[in-house]
Design a protein around this ligand. Sequence first.
Ligand SMILES: [Zn+2]
Length: 307
Amino acid sequence: MTVIVLALDALDAGLVEYFDLDAFRLTSSGDLETFANTQELPYTPEVWATVATGLSPEEHGVTGGGTSEWDNPVLEGLSRISGRLDESTRGTLGKFIRSQTGERERIGRTDAASIFDAEDAAVHNWPGVADGRPLQRAWDLMNAVAEGMPRSTFERELFGQCAQQFAWAREMLRHPVSIAGVHVHALDAAGHAYADDEDALRHVYVRVGEFVEEVADALEDGDDLLLLSDHGMRTEFYPPDAGENSATHSWRAYTSATTDTRPESVFDVRAWVDAHVSDTRVERENDGSREAINVPEDHLRELGYLE
Ligand SMILES: [Zn+2]
């Protein structure tokens, strides 16, 4: 009775149709309304923090400008500037500063309540909410491939990280977890790197789709799967992107769910999750697991600690 939430960064609603990939089309699927705040286009940490908290960037505090914390306060000004740059430019600036100073940026983390606060919730990595290091690693990879890292090395690292994240999601289905969330940056990193190479990007979409199918196949009765993206990716080959800068974020965020309903906007995800996770908890109480909760209570009552 677990809801798995896969945060598939940059999964583009238009490219799902263009590549005709059923793996991403669960029971209900379609566009997801997203937003931009510090940049002209949706910015990854801001949107994922909103997805997890249901709050605006002003409320959760994870923004492209203010919360990118630097170990060295002297670098704060540069950090604010870099927050307004796109991710690959930002990666280059970050690398330059690290090479000059040995410091590196950290993605801000909100103090606000999120969908992963419950005791039986699990989160692997999620920008703005939990462990931002895998995103930083993916940003480093995007930067490295832009500077000449061979594609074979880039894909080995990218899919290696991706495989661990999907395997973690499948493992959570074997544990008493009400909700399990993980952020996967593979489609964003590949989208930036391969925006001019249709075959290469299709290959990455197909492979990520296979990972999604493995999770979907592992679901048991009562489990649900929710796919989300924060934005899409403009490419040179997708006709609606003609005249736009390729390798920049598109507004085509996407969502898909094994349920009859799905969130309409990144602001609706928290309410959708709360509704489905509470359903899950009710089912768990009805299937007898509740006795497991009562045993220690009975014991405490015998000992006189409970009335
Ligand atoms: Zn993103």
